[in-house]
Design a protein around this ligand. Structure first.
Ligand SMILES: [Ca+2]
Ligand SMILES: [Ca+2]
Ligand SMILES: [Ca+2]
Length: 174
């Protein structure tokens, strides 16, 4: 079934991007990649770009809920400017997000705080129950940036390290 194949290709892409060639990777994202206009360029936007690709491939327009978001993607989603909106654009945007944010800042707002810690913890809790349970955008961000201590596992330890750092910095600031 075509749809199932595409979905599994998308999943493997978002989980294993290091396997893709990086030679043509652009150094910076200079366009407007905040597709959902929430002020942040993060994994949600990369996920939306993948969803838009899926819509185009399947001839659908019901995966992305918001028409303005869809138009933003159609205008700016060709990340590598090769005239096609495809999975490579999504992969390169994911790589940009992964490489241009600090470890632990899973929502990519430039601050490590309780929000990041709880996203990491929620991801860990969900994965512990069911590895197939995936929250689009949110879990993509955690997967890329959530392994704070870089031991190869995203778990409660990463969440508490991020939280402790945040608590320490807010105490120091007083
Ligand atoms: Ca955004
Ligand atoms: Ca953050
Ligand atoms: Ca870890």
């Amino acid at each position: 079934m075509k749809k199932a194949r595409i979905i599994s290709a998308l999943l493997s892409l978002s989980l294993g991007m290091t396997a893709l060639p990086t030679a043509a990777m652009t150094a910076s994202a200079d366009g407007n990649y905040d597709f959902n206009s929430d002020g942040l360029v993060n994994a949600y936007d990369a996920k939306l770009l993948m969803n838009r690709y899926t819509e185009i491939e399947l001839g659908r327009d019901d995966i992305i809920a918001d028409q303005a978001t869809r138009e933003n993607i159609d205008l700016n989603g060709d990340y590598n400017k090769d005239g096609e909106l495809d999975l490579r654009d999504a992969a390169e945007l994911y790589a940009y997000i992964r490489d241009n944010n600090i470890k632990g800042d899973v929502n990519c707002d430039g601050i490590l705080d309780g929000r990041d810690a709880s996203m990491i913890l929620a991801y860990y809790a969900r994965q512990a129950v069911d590895k197939a349970y995936w929250v689009d955008g949110e879990d993509d961000g955690v997967k890329m940036l959530g392994d704070f201590d870089e031991d190869g596992v995203i778990d409660g330890r990463d969440a508490s390290m991020v939280l402790n750092l945040y608590l320490k910095s807010s105490v120091d600031a007083k």
